[in-house]
Design a protein around this ligand. Structure first.
Ligand SMILES: *Cc1c(COP(=O)(O)O)cnc(C)c1O
Length: 434
């Protein structure tokens, strides 16, 4: 009887019986995979609690400071907690770090000096880093400070080009940047294990190279984090996984004491470093968000896997595919035409708790070479740990989506996206051979 009520509830939210039933058929096959995700979440939940207990987080830590922020107990304790969770010597976790790109730019510019070279051995980094590095000329880029950049692409099968990397490392190579997530590319996401292999190789050639990992979207997907595989610095955004949907802003840099110290002196000022930087009123959300992050990441992961399994049998290519192991929370679905991308995003938007009545349209956006459509009905503006999707209106007409603070919302959003495609005649459940 309960099942019938749920069907009715979905029907009243615009999901037809056929779409709901198809979703259930897919879900039935995912039980054992979902159980593993829940076990990981449980493991990581304990890890976070252990870190908070060992750092003796207390009620006073949840309060903030103003002004200079001297003696900000909660801020300092939170950074200790992050260092424990990410298995590093130290961490910088601040609302003054405005986003992921800022955190990465800060980690780079503070640990590199004129004459140094930065190397990416995993191909082109995330779009916004092109201007940070100076691949696309920009004011204040590393290039303007005389820091050069070298890149070695992955081989066509997604493996590391070890020979190319060996050739690229030279006397000036000071820092290696490794992006864990595929971002908006179709290369595979890197597991912590593979990142570890790459770091060992790099350090085998030149032990004093700083190995930095762009950890965006990867936090809590596995039981280990990149520093456990040898990374000197891990960097990410608090409006993605580790903010748990509650952090309203912020970024983190966790790593070797010296690397974090360099970043702190650059974020505030030489001589001041970590000692200043009022936490204002965000600490309770930073702590509680980190506490929730393992289960929220699990919800997002289930959503990604559900979508891959839902769309693949309908003939839409998905990356990662329905069976692949997961190392980040991003899912790509290729529709092959603009209408599919638009219908998908409109479905996601229509499932949102905020701005569900808004109909997204493709738009020219700064920094992109094609129109982009975005679906986001988030409590925190631009938050991509919340259910969100976007797709550039250009071949192969793929949509990238991620997030979902709860599994029921992720499930509803994805069903809504499919319903939107069905309503537009772009997906046909009758064609299924299952
Ligand atoms: C999101 C992301 C960034 C940049 O983060 P913003 O908060 O959008 O500036 C960098 N690298 C990767 C892999 C990302 O996913």
């Amino acid at each position: 009887m309960a099942e019938k009520d749920l069907t009715e509830m979905y029907a009243c939210m615009g999901i037809e019986k056929e779409v709901y039933a198809y979703g259930n058929e897919i879900l039935a096959k995912l039980e054992s995979r979902f159980r593993k995700i829940d076990e990981n979440a449980e493991y990581n939940q304990l890890k976070v609690i252990k870190a908070m207990q060992e750092s003796q987080v207390s009620e006073a830590c949840l309060l903030g400071t103003t002004g200079y922020g001297y003696n900000d107990l909660g801020r300092d304790r939170l950074e200790e907690v992050y260092a424990r969770v990410f298995c590093t010597e130290d961490a910088l976790v601040r609302p003054q770090i405005t986003c992921g790109t800022h955190a990465l730019a800060l980690a780079l510019i503070s640990n590199l000096r004129p004459g140094d070279e930065l190397l990416s051995p995993v191909g082109k980094p995330y779009d916004t880093l092109e201007e940070v590095i100076g691949i696309r000329p920009s004011k204040g880029s590393l290039a303007e400070y005389g820091i050069t950049y070298a890149q070695v692409d992955l081989l066509s099968d997604g493996s590391f080009d070890y020979e190319g990397i060996r050739r690229a490392i030279n006397r000036r190579t000071r820092l290696v940047t490794i992006q864990r997530s595929k971002g908006y590319q179709t290369r595979p996401t890197l597991s912590v294990e593979r990142i570890g292999e790459l770091i060992s190789f790099v350090k085998g050639i030149k032990p004093d190279i700083i190995c930095m990992v762009d950890n965006c979207y990867g936090e809590f997907v596995e039981r280990t984090e990149p520093a456990q595989a040898g990374a000197d610095m891990v960097v990410g955004s608090l409006i993605k996984n580790p903010g748990g949907g509650l952090a309203p802003i912020g970024g983190y840099i966790a790593g070797k004491r010296e690397c974090v110290e360099n970043a702190a002196f650059r974020l505030t000022s030489p001589g001041l470093g970590k000692e200043v930087g009022a936490s204002l009123g965000v600490l309770k959300d930073f702590y509680q968000g980190l506490f929730l992050a393992p289960t929220i990441t699990a919800a997002a992961l289930k959503g990604a896997i559900f979508a891959a399994n839902l769309y693949e049998p309908l003939g839409f290519p998905v990356v990662p595919d329905s069976r692949e192991s997961r190392h980040d929370i991003i899912q790509a679905v290729t529709f092959g035409n603009p209408e599919g991308v638009i219908a998908f995003c409109r479905g996601i938007q229509a499932a949102a708790p905020v701005d569900s009545h808004v109909i997204p349209e493709p738009w020219d956006m700064p920094g992109y070479d094609a129109r982009v459509i975005m679906a986001a009905g988030a409590f925190v503006s631009g938050s991509s740990i919340e259910l969100s999707a976007d797709g550039p209106i250009k071949p192969p007409y793929a949509v990238y989506f991620q997030g979902g603070l709860t599994w029921p919302h992720a499930r509803f959003g994805i069903l809504k996206s499919l319903q939107s495609l069905v309503n537009s005649g772009l997906a046909d459940l009758k064609s299924l051979k299952m």
